[in-house]
Design a protein around this ligand. Structure first.
Ligand SMILES: [Zn+2]
Ligand SMILES: [Zn+2]
Length: 283
């Protein structure tokens, strides 16, 4: 069995206790040990409340991971990045995009995995009423999932309550935030930090599993770890009119070290698009 990172120590350049989600999975799939690495990644920006383009999220997480390597304690590093907002293909569905990035500084390879998940409680609201706030809190899995409350219009960025998990805490932070806001309203949003959000933790576990399995897959040509889907080709045809839709037609597997690539049809076996999903047949 190919286990290139058996007994390896991998630094995790990230805050917010994500190790709890990632370490057990890396232990069981790779036999590797994940160790917290103290890197000040806040300078790269915290959650902005919107999903950045895949490019910018990917750049951020890559930079975090490189900062981990630059510390010099580990030959292998991991970093994770999440962003939240409308799903890129379905704007009415809130979505959690998680990226997990890995650098092997001995082999000089970068491997990353990403997941778009609708298993998120991501939400926000402007409010001036405690009953309304309570109703909102029920929709977003409070109190197992914490909330953030702040003045709706705010100047002092220290005036923010994070990780609120009790009803008394909600009431108090609502009153204080309303008093401090120029328009008398408070802003409430779901706390998306991993340790405050079990839904997010499970999406991070999912992406950890995906990356770990990829690290255990060798390139058929050069045997480098990290063989997996590199990109997709769109244009799957409608089964009725043969129009080329935006649906994924084939998946291109490739190596992160050499130039070896294979094109494969969709792994789920779907060969054509139903006319109900076709822009020509069902505009
Ligand atoms: Zn059609
Ligand atoms: Zn290769």
């Amino acid at each position: 069995m190919f286990r290139p990172y058996e007994n390896a120590q991998i630094g995790l350049a990230t805050k917010h206790a994500k190790k709890t989600a990632i370490a057990p999975i890396f232990k069981s799939i790779l036999g590797a040990e994940v160790i917290d690495l103290d890197v000040d990644t806040d300078i790269l920006g915290a959650f902005s409340g919107e999903v950045p383009r895949i490019g910018s999220a990917l750049e951020t997480v890559k930079r975090k991971c490189e900062m981990g390597i630059e510390k010099g304690f580990f030959d292998f590093c991991l970093a994770s990045e999440g962003s939240f907002g409308p799903h890129p293909d379905y704007p009415f569905i809130p979505c959690d995009q998680e990226i997990l990035y890995f650098i092997d500084n001995l082999k000089k390879i970068h491997v990353w995995a990403t997941i778009f998940s609708n298993k998120t409680n991501y939400n926000f609201k402007k409010t001036t009423s405690f009953p309304e706030l309570l109703e909102f809190s029920k929709k977003v899995k409070f109190p197992t999932h914490a909330l953030i409350i702040r003045p709706n219009i705010w100047e002092n960025k220290n005036h923010i309550f994070k990780g609120v998990q009790t009803e008394e805490g909600l009431k108090y932070s609502l009153e204080v935030s309303m008093k401090r806001s120029k328009d008398g309203a408070a802003w409430v949003e779901t706390d998306m930090r991993a340790h405050m959000n079990p839904s997010r933790m499970s999406v991070i576990q999912e992406v950890a599993r995906k990356l770990a399995n990829q690290l255990n897959t060798p390139c058929p040509q050069c045997n480098s770890p990290g063989w997996g889907i590199k990109r997709v080709e769109r244009g799957l045809k409608c089964s009725y009119c043969s129009f080329e839709t935006d649906w994924v037609k084939s998946e291109i597997y490739g190596c992160v070290f050499c130039s070896c690539e294979f094109k494969q049809l969709r792994s789920d076996g779907i060969m054509s698009v139903d006319p109900s999903m076709c822009k020509m047949c069902n505009p």
